[in-house]
Ligand binder design. Structure first.
Ligand SMILES: [Zn+2]
Length: 322
């Protein structure tokens, strides 16, 4: 006697990945790499952490795939940034929440008086909170508390691992401070493709100019470009920066505009704004990402910072364009 066809079909179904209910459940799922990295540092090997958005992915524009929805639904704890960073994922996260799942928007747990609400963002908070390591330490504590509540058996481990990580963030903050303070006063201006660096600028006393707005969804206007070109020329700013998740063309328009007025501006390098570097590299960690940005900015704007960063771990490819 042969096995009935419907039994074979059933066996096939249950063997497909994703259809098995909880056998392969992901413990913690993070949207951005920065959140996933903190979560890994806090939980260590006590829980599995899955990150949805890889290197070079723009969270403002990313639409979750069916696979992502499956991963999110299987998670015991979902960690999102919130404050509308994941613009096209908001509905999916809201649905999970209404279904009673644990979804924590980590940036929304930061005290409101520490958030920026730029007038051009019409009543919303700036979501790019990871750019200030002292705010990211608050996020690490939020993730610690959520993990302790979800997996109480490992609470003590999570607490001590979170303490270690927060100490590293404080070291990072001190390094970035001293690097930024080494930049000559007139050159403390950070010109980038989009407004991801306002928290960085506030923390380290840099004026920040983004050619596009807070979200990468809006295009840069011609007026903005002219205004920024005039500033570059007047204040003799030596460098502007490109970002790994945003196309370069608006930044190139600035360089072209400044050249037409006789001022040579160079591209100071590629900053990590809304995503970290390649997984498995130092720049593919949160600390490596901020170290890379700070080191690159300090060196390009005439300050001093060791080429290999504060821990000697940066890839020595910083000065990629002379
Ligand atoms: Zn952004």
């Amino acid at each position: 006697m042969t096995t009935p066809r419907y039994v074979l079909f059933f066996l096939l179904l249950i063997s497909l990945p994703g259809l098995r209910a909880s056998a392969s459940a992901d413990a913690l799922v993070a949207t951005t790499g920065m959140i996933g990295d903190v979560a890994e540092n806090v939980v260590g090997d006590r829980a599995k952490v899955t990150t949805l958005l890889g290197s070079g992915i723009d969270p403002h524009l990313y639409k979750p795939t069916r696979t992502d929805i499956g991963v999110l639904s299987n998670a015991e704890l979902v960690l999102a940034n919130g404050l509308l960073l994941e613009g096209k994922m908001t509905d999916a996260l809201d649905r999970l929440r209404s279904a009673g799942r644990s979804v924590i928007a980590v940036a929304e747990r930061i005290p409101r008086d520490r958030l920026l609400a730029p007038p051009e963002f019409a009543g919303h908070f700036d979501p790019h909170v990871w750019m200030d390591p002292t705010l990211w330490a608050v996020v690490a504590e939020t993730i610690r508390d959520a993990a302790m509540e979800r997996f109480p058996a490992h609470a003590a481990t999570f607490r001590s691992q979170a303490d270690d990580y927060v100490r590293k963030l404080a070291d990072l903050d001190r390094y970035v401070s001293s690097s930024m303070n080494s930049i000559p006063e007139n050159a403390r201006v950070l010109v980038t493709a989009h407004d991801a660096f306002s928290y960085f600028g506030r923390r380290y006393h840099l004026e920040v100019v983004g050619i596009q707005g807070i979200s990468t969804e809006s295009e840069a206007g011609v007026k903005d470009v002219e205004r920024i070109v005039a500033m570059l020329v007047d204040r003799k700013i030596p460098a502007v920066f490109v970002e790994s998740t945003v196309p370069q063309k608006s930044v190139e328009a600035l360089i072209e505009g400044a050249r037409a007025r006789g001022h040579h501006v160079r591209i100071g390098g590629e900053l990590f704004s809304d995503a970290m570097g390649r997984r498995g590299t130092y720049e593919g960690t949160y600390i490596g990402m901020i170290d890379h940005n700070a080191t690159l900015i300090a060196r390009a704007l005439g300050g001093s910072a060791p080429a290999a960063g504060f821990q000697g771990k940066l890839a020595l490819t910083n000065d990629h364009q002379k």
